[in-house]
Design a protein around this ligand. Structure first.
Ligand code: OGA
Ligand code: NI
Length: 350
């Protein structure tokens, strides 16, 4: 490969260090207590809630094991993802993203206006998904996004749909534990997800000839409520550790899921939990695959700190914002390079 394409080159201060720190002590949470069919023991649930609370407070992310998602289903999905990306570019573009439906295949995502070294395939949880037509506050028009119909591999769509069901189940359980850990009712957040805008993403990071300059995904925080990420055994995900602001590598754990606290939980918790900054390194030899599920509320959700948590000593730190408008604004800014910073929750800080 000759010239480096400048679209992929990160500013000096954001380039990955190739001397890697392996993360020590990333919280690993065993979900066995909530999987049991008989009535769970209140004291083990209590311990679990405390673990989730401290992981969310101290790290903003954690891994879960014994989560109940069948390994065979995950393996089927991972295999289908490999087959999908192994097709020719022309075939992948048959289910390509366009300006109307931000679903399907594309390879031009930008994070903070630098192009990511990756290709993706996006698929919505709900088909159709209702969203605002524009991010303009005064525009009430709502449109529908819908899913692509990949023809290859056969059954891709069915496998994805089956897997999404499992992701939603797990996401609701995690959200209950998070709610309890904040001292609010377990089902406090459920209503926001009835007409959810969640989606699943298949990431493929091809080998990259200049891993010291480019990133698979540039530094960012996930905007939704929660992310449930399946990564393969190659590794490359880094998170910014809160205690010392160092980028540390999240070592792959077979069959575990990585859970990211997203910006919405940060706002709901009035900053008690903070979403974590993360990024993805690429490497010159190995390709890497990952599959995040982004758990997003309905478009008409007004995101703001929970009333139960705010009072005179702890006043609300955010102005309310409309999730759908935020989402639509983000989607358009990730699709092409823009010269302005994309929308962030701190724009709503009081
Ligand atoms: C993302 C992301 C991490 C990974 O897609 O938002 O952070 O390991 N992915 O692919
Ligand atoms: Ni992310």
């Amino acid at each position: 490969m000759g010239e480096v394409d400048p679209a992929f080159v990160q500013d000096q201060q954001h380039r990955p260090k190739l001397s890697i720190i392996q993360a020590e002590g990333i919280p690993q949470i065993d979900l066995t207590p909530i999987l049991q069919h008989e009535l769970p023991n209140p004291s083990t649930i209590d311990t679990l809630v405390k673990e989730i609370g401290s992981a969310s407070r101290e790290w903003g992310f954690f891994q879960v094991i014994n989560h109940g998602v069948p390994l065979s289903l995950r393996q089927k999905l991972e295999e289908a993802s490999r087959k999908f990306f192994a097709q020719s570019l022309e075939d992948k573009k048959k289910v390509g993203r366009d300006e109307i439906n931000p679903t399907g295949y594309y390879d031009t995502e930008h994070t903070k206006n630098v192009r990511d070294w990756k290709e993706v395939f996006d698929f919505l949880s709900k088909d159709p998904t209702f969203v605002p037509l524009t991010s303009d506050e005064d525009d009430d028009r709502v449109i529908q996004w819908s899913n692509p119909s990949p023809q290859y591999p056969p059954q891709f769509r069915d496998i994805i749909e089956e897997y999404i069901e499992e992701m939603e189940k797990l996401a609701y359980k995690l959200l209950e534990l998070i709610a309890l850990s904040l001292g609010v009712e377990a089902k406090r957040f459920e209503e926001f997800f009835k007409d959810q805008t969640s989606f699943i993403r298949f990431n493929h990071y091809p080998p990259c000839p200049y891993p010291h300059l480019a990133l698979g995904v540039g530094r960012h925080k996930d905007a939704g409520a929660l992310t449930i990420l399946a990564q393969d055994d190659v590794g490359g995900l880094e998170v910014k550790r809160k205690t010392d602001q160092e980028w540390v590598l999240v070592k792959p754990t077979p069959n575990a899921y990585i859970i990211n606290v997203g910006d919405i939980i940060q706002v709901w918790s009035n900053d008690a939990y903070e979403s974590v900054e993360h990024r993805v390194m690429v490497n010159s030899e190995k390709e890497r695959f990952s599959i995040p599920f982004f758990f997003f509320p309905a478009h008409d959700t007004e995101v703001k700190p929970l009333e139960e948590l705010i009072n005179e000593e702890n006043p609300s730190r955010y102005k309310p914002y409309n999730w759908g408008k935020f989402l639509v604004n983000r989607k358009s800014s990730n699709f092409q390079k823009k010269n302005v910073e994309n929308i962030q929750i701190y724009h709503y800080k009081i």
